[in-house]
Design a protein around this ligand. Structure first.
Ligand code: NAP
Ligand code: HSE
Length: 423
């Protein structure tokens, strides 16, 4: 059997997952790819770090030149993460005629075009299935199985860390910090978890899948973003009382050639399938004009699930599959002004317990075309109460205007939370 040499850049959670899969499933992979895969080099930053895995010392290196200058290495698997030096190493590997596999959504969202163009001009393959949805084969699904469809909407939970945190806060009453620490220990979080908890990771992933699904170049900076750092146990408790759970959703919709792209925590009805996607699981709901509704569900983070997608890409290169990697023919589509989007909203106010306060809030909502569908209140102490309101669908712009005015009322202590609702 022919041998093929590959190199892995980065030997953290995913790098080790890839190593384990290539060792554990060696026989199957040889049969399916027609090659014996030899991991020739593994690049790390710190050669002295204990790896907890049996790996020959002579293949570990902290010098990338040993990989990029080695003509016998045909595939480079980038699992370093972050923007640089990951991007530079990928571009240099491509220019050295090596195929590249990555799980790096940040680099794809920020510099995808440069990478696609270089891959095309160098006639090498560039695959990145693991960059969205961990083990869920969403990119292949959209580009191959669903390619006959016009996709009109994508709604997904596409970050394992935040879904783990929200699940633990909802069902086990854990506080945010403890749940985040657990997610980090399990290998779900990015090296800097700000990317997860502030929603950037979801924005990068939404930019990648939307570009395929809607056939348009997407600037990740044009996607509306809110993370989960403002979600409190009070909101989780009130949401539960009202029959909802809070999830960090990625939403992409196309209507009349205009795109609506947003990432934010959302109240979803507890009986909806998406409400029951917990822990590090991800789920993506697609609507195609031929297939109708479709849901993909699986582990969105972790060493082996992500490694599964990475090794799948390596095997695809070896099988010389049809080229699904190049994101060409992308048009330009207008992204709707965020204020023009419509949502239902959950709003929690802390107000003075005085006669007429509810009337003042309701009047300002009415004046701004925001209609209330539900209202309840809960005593906080002798002076103040929590007022919780759920609105009908209204324009983002109208809600913002109303809240700007309500905030200035003398009896309003604070607008504690504003969370969108998807019914
Ligand atoms: P990680 O655990 O932080 O591992 C990163 C590895 O890269 C470490 O081995 C580190 O070396 C090495 N590294 C970092 N900077 C380097 C540099 N300048 N030169 C050489 N080596 C360097 O990260 P991870 O969780 O495996 O994630 C890797 C990639 O996969 C990221 O792009 C991430 O977004 C993506 N991803 C992760 C998951 C997941 O569940 N974790 C899922 C999907 C996609 P040392 O060990 O010596 O420090
Ligand atoms: N940090 C990411 C997450 C890894 O938690 O989903 C998978 O992309």
């Amino acid at each position: 059997m022919q041998k093929i040499k590959i190199a892995i850049l980065g030997f953290g959670n995913v790098g080790k997952g890839v190593w384990k899969i290539l060792k554990e499933n060696k026989e199957e992979i040889m049969k399916r790819s027609g090659y014996e895969i030899e991991i020739s080099k593994v690049l790390v930053r710190d050669l002295n770090k204990p790896r907890g895995i049996n790996i020959p010392e002579n293949i570990m290196t902290d010098n990338v030149e040993e990989i990029l200058n080695d003509k016998s290495i045909k595939i480079v698997v980038e699992l370093i993460g972050g923007e640089e030096p990951a991007k530079e190493y990928m571009l240099r590997a491509m220019k050295a005629k090596k195929h590249v596999v990555t799980a790096n959504k940040l680099v794809l969202a920020k510099a995808g075009e440069e990478l696609f163009k270089t891959a095309e001009s160098e006639h090498i393959k560039f695959y990145y299935e693991a960059s969205v949805g961990g083990g869920i084969p969403i990119i292949r699904e959209i580009n191959e199985s669903l390619t006959a469809n016009k996709i009109t909407s994508i709604i997904g939970i596409i970050n394992g860390t935040t879904n783990y945190i929200l699940s633990k806060m909802t069902y086990e009453g854990l506080d945010f910090e403890k749940a985040l620490k657990e997610a980090q220990e399990k290998g779900y979080a990015e090296a800097d978890p700000t990317s997860d908890i502030e929603g950037y990771d979801v924005v990068y992933k939404l930019a990648i899948i939307s570009s395929f699904a809607f056939g348009a170049k997407i600037n990740h900076e044009s996607i509306y973003r809110e993370g989960i750092t403002n979600i409190t146990s009070e909101d989780i408790k009130y949401a539960k009382k009202l029959g909802y759970v809070i999830k960090l959703l990625a939403i992409g919709k196309e209507q009349n050639n205009k795109l609506e792209l947003r990432v934010h925590p959302t109240l979803v009805p507890e009986h909806h399938p998406i409400a029951n996607v917990n822990d590090s699981f991800n789920a993506i709901f697609l609507k195609g004009n031929a297939v109708g509704d479709l849901m993909l569900y699986g582990r969105g983070a972790g060493d082996l699930p992500t490694g599964s997608a990475v090794v799948g890409d390596i095997i695809s290169i070896l099988r010389s599959n049809v080229d699904i990697s190049i994101n060409d023919n992308l048009g330009v589509k207008e992204i709707k002004d965020f204020g023009e989007n419509k949502s239902e909203f959950y709003i929690r106010f802390n107000v003075e317990d005085r006669p007429g306060v509810l009337g003042e809030i309701a009047t300002i909502f009415g004046e701004n075309d925001v209609s209330i569908v539900f209202l309840t209140q809960d005593v906080i102490n002798d002076d103040s109460v929590s007022v919780i309101i759920i609105t009908h669908h209204c324009l983002e712009r109208n809600l913002k205007n109303a809240l700007n005015k309500i905030e200035k009322l003398p009896n309003i202590n604070k607008v504690e939370s504003i969370i969108r609702v998807e019914n």
